[in-house]
Design a protein around this ligand. Structure first.
Ligand code: SF4
Length: 468
């Protein structure tokens, strides 16, 4: 892999990177309204849009550490990440309360980092319990190295809902030169998590070095669809300390979607159900039986009618987030639409008939997500405004892309903590509490432990691998 020159700050458009977080508490009446308004403003609220219609936010990252046991070639962490102290539990609890205020129950909170498993099991259990107690969902985002079955079992017992494993060639795991060879790692991770009541997800970063192998990975996911819920493919982006920087021509949303379809052996309908801005996210759903896979969506007009009926039923039920009673209510109110959906389902079963024999009638649904993060120096206002993937900061949720473009600025902001002695301020740079926010302000910290660009700049050539 190529090395990069020593880091230089990316040029940034001030009107975008200075976008403010959404505030510590939501004060409006409808939590979906801000996202819906932004999507409408930028022409992204079509009849297939699910964000802002059925939920106020797709997911939110809660970064519990900046430390990591890998040094990925496309890492989004900042150059000084390894010197930042872990956020104390009271600050994390306050951020969880802030997320509940903004997005309400059932919100998916990604417990992430760095790698969150570098924190103690007790801390992670406490975080999971806290999220569950507030009626939200939690997902552990990990490279899996320290996510033992024992740890996953403890976290599942504490309320963890999902585990998302990040495995791909950007991690340079020693002894795994291809994505095909990494399938043994993926297989081992599935075995660790299976049977614990957790939904299992996978994240894959796509870059030129593995684009040709995306069909191999997609084929693996199809073969293991019974164990998996969602697989996400994230395109290379120039943000953070990773050495590979910006992508070149071959990796595009179109080429990645085509490679996934190729590997799954079916054509996906990535344009039926939208999740936020179309330049950021593409969503598809696949049904798998035996070796057969088919798109679960298709027929955009029919699904748009279904969304409309569900929206109406939700309004009548006085809630959102597709409550259990919403679907039967929508079905009863729209008998002709229900019949057409049944017909759609029967057609899918007919098309799957070959695989159904092999799978003894079992069908598995797998969600496929393609996520297109932005380069730090090329933020686009419309996408930042209508972001569906936020990160929790001291001053409220903020678009992940905006956050990534100024990580240190947000990470080093003094964090308010309520103590028995009154309000204190915690500094990520020192790990200490101070009596005033000014005393906790440290403009920058030395990057003593070098990773990513800083490490590459000191080496004649990038070392071949990392323990994995
Ligand atoms: S994180 Fe970035 S790429 Fe993802 S939805 Fe938000 S603005 Fe778009």
């Amino acid at each position: 892999m190529k090395t990069a020159p020593a880091p230089t700050p990316p040029p940034q458009r001030d009107d975008i990177v200075d976008l403010a977080p959404a505030g510590r508490r939501f004060t409006g009446a409808d939590r979906r309204a801000p996202l819906r308004k932004a999507l409408k403003r930028w022409g992204q609220y079509g009849p297939g849009q699910t964000a802002g219609r059925f939920y106020p936010m797709a997911c939110v990252a809660l970064e519990v550490t900046q430390r990591c046991n890998l040094d990925c070639a496309l890492c989004y962490l900042s150059d000084s990440a390894e010197m930042v102290h872990d956020v104390p539990l009271p600050v994390l609890y306050e951020r969880i309360a802030m997320l509940e205020s903004h997005y309400g129950p059932k919100t998916s909170i990604q417990i992430t980092g760095g790698d969150p498993t570098l924190r103690s099991a007790e801390d992670l259990e406490a975080i999971c319990r806290h999220i569950r107690a507030r009626g939200m969902r939690s997902c552990l985002m990990t490279n899996g190295i320290r996510a033992s079955r024992d740890l996953l079992a403890r976290l599942a017992a504490a309320g963890l809902d999902d585990v998302a494993f990040h495995v791909d060639l950007t991690q340079e795991r020693k002894g795994y030169p291809t994505e095909a060879s990494l399938n043994t790692v993926r297989e081992a991770y599935i075995a660790r998590a299976r049977g614990l009541g957790l939904r299992i997800l996978f994240n894959t970063t796509v870059f030129e070095g593995n684009l040709a192998e995306i069909p191999v990975i997609a084929g693996f996911f199809r073969a293991h669809a019974a164990a998996l819920t969602l697989v996400s493919f994230q395109l290379q982006a120039d943000t953070g300390r990773g050495v590979l920087r910006e992508r070149h021509g071959a990796v595009t949303r179109e080429s990645v979607m085509a490679a996934i379809s190729d590997g799954m052996g079916t054509t996906f309908d990535f344009d039926v159900a939208a999740v936020g801005h179309e330049a950021c996210n593409r969503y598809a759903s696949v049904l798998v039986a035996g070796d057969e896979a088919i798109s679960a969506l298709g027929n955009p007009a029919l699904f748009q009618e279904v969304f409309k009926a569900l929206e109406e039923a939700e309004r009548l039920c006085g809630g959102y987030l597709l409550r259990r009673k919403t679907i039967p209510r929508a079905a009863l109110r729209n008998p002709w639409l229900t019949l057409r959906m049944l017909g759609h389902g029967l057609k899918l079963i007919w098309r799957l008939r070959g695989g159904l024999r092999a799978s003894r009638g079992r069908v598995h649904r797998l969600s496929v997500h393609v996520h297109n993060f932005m380069d730090a120096s090329r933020l686009e206002r419309d996408r930042c405004d209508s972001c569906v993937f936020m990160v929790a900061t001291e001053d409220g949720p903020l678009s992940m892309c905006v956050h990534n473009a100024r990580r240190d600025h947000h990470l080093l902001a003094p964090a308010r903590v309520e103590t028995a002695d009154g309000i204190r301020w915690w500094s990520a740079a020192t790990g200490r509490l101070t009596e005033t926010p000014e005393a906790a302000e440290i403009p920058e910290i030395p990057a003593k432990r070098r990773k990513g660009r800083l490490r590459a700049a000191t080496l004649p050539a990038r070392s071949k691998g990392h323990p994995g």
